[in-house]
Design a protein around this ligand. Structure first.
Ligand SMILES: [Zn+2]
Length: 133
């Protein structure tokens, strides 16, 4: 179990530092006039691209925030001796699944069900994320 704790804490550290990097970038982009003034290509297209990259940063940041929350929750559950049990149905989570994603809180079956649920709730975000096909 200590190996899992170490892995969770390392993953948490990585996710938090990436979050800080992204947070800094977004904050810079949001300063009025920061985009364009120093760029020889400052035109409308660049503004659109800047907005798009900000959207991507935002989406990435959301993902990282979710991961940080899950990692913190997993460490909590480890401390309480509940680690490795599905929070939805109470069944043990497959060890192979925990090796790939140590922060998961649900078994494969419950994860599938939850993902289908959230996909139905977020059609707009999903179509935005895949509109450059
Ligand atoms: Zn389950």
């Amino acid at each position: 179990m200590e190996a899992i704790r170490t892995r969770l804490e390392q993953d948490l550290k990585t996710a938090v530092s990436r979050l800080r990097q992204i947070g800094g970038t977004v904050a810079l982009e949001e300063v009025p006039g920061a985009i364009g003034d120093n760029s020889p290509f400052a035109d409308e297209m660049d503004e659109i691209q800047a907005n798009e990259s900000r959207e991507i940063s935002f989406a990435t940041r959301e993902l990282l925030v979710g991961r940080v929350n899950r990692l913190v929750a997993a460490i909590d559950r480890l401390n309480q001796g509940e680690y490795g049990t599905c929070v939805e149905c109470g069944e043990p989570i497959a060890p192979a699944r925990l090796r790939v994603m140590p922060e998961v809180q649900t078994c494969v079956r419950c994860q599938d069900r939850l993902e289908r649920l959230s996909r139905r709730l977020e059609p707009v975000e999903l179509s935005l994320a895949s509109d450059d096909e």
